[in-house]
Ligand binder design. Structure first.
Ligand SMILES: [Zn+2]
Length: 208
């Protein structure tokens, strides 16, 4: 029986809890608390929640340049389309939320590329990562002024493995580019997305 059919047969409370349990980092207790919160919430909030989820299918698309998800009909997101942004640096990040963290820090005003994850140490595979898309975009980016790639992966073993791999691939494909990685202003194991703006700024300033 598929997960979908199985869920349809369940009690609505259990059904929604099971869905929340599938979210990254969410366990059964938190899932139950989310459902309890929705049960207590106003009809307006429930409607907003339903509509926001529906809009993800109709009003959101992936940017052709940085690969992040963005609202709107345009092929390129507002960051990539912004003529004020500087094309000389490209920050390569693991996820949309890491991009958002760098953006929130307010210090980085250049371009981004979302790789879509980090290398899994268990399999040592780069499955699902957009390394080829990144590499094939380099000639055009260099033409538009790209000089430096900043590898901004999480400060953990997977992030380090990804830095090593992407650094090797880029230096082979585009030897003229300067390749740096975020300095360890970020404490080991900390996720970029939870870092405060000051920490991100110092990690950017101390990149090498
Ligand atoms: Zn973009």
């Amino acid at each position: 029986m598929s997960f979908h059919i199985y869920c349809l047969l369940m009690d609505p409370i259990d059904r929604l809890s099971r869905i929340f349990e599938r979210f990254p980092g969410i366990g059964p207790r938190q899932a139950t608390r989310f459902v309890a919160y929705i049960l207590r919430s106003t009809p307006t909030l429930r409607r907003e929640l339903i509509e926001s989820i529906q809009q993800l299918s109709s009003g959101v698309r992936q940017c052709d340049e940085c690969m992040r998800y963005h609202a709107g009909e345009r092929k390129v997101c507002s960051i990539c389309a912004n003529p004020e942004r500087d094309h000389s640096s490209l920050a390569v990040v693991a996820s949309d939320s890491d991009l958002a963290a760098l953006e929130r820090s307010g210090t980085y005003r250049s371009m981004y590329f979302v790789l879509g994850g980090t290398i899994s140490l268990a399999s040592e595979k780069a499955t699902g990562l957009r390394i080829d898309t990144l590499l094939s975009s380099l000639p055009e980016r260099i033409e538009r002024g790209l000089k430096e790639i900043i590898l901004a992966f999480p400060a953990n073993p997977e992030g380090d493995a990804t830095t090593t791999r992407v650094r090797e691939d880029i230096s082979e494909r585009a030897p003229s580019l300067r390749i740096t990685a975020l300095g360890r202003g970020l404490s080991t194991g900390s996720e970029l997305e939870y870092a405060d703006p000051e920490t991100i700024k110092s990690a950017l300033d101390s990149r090498r």
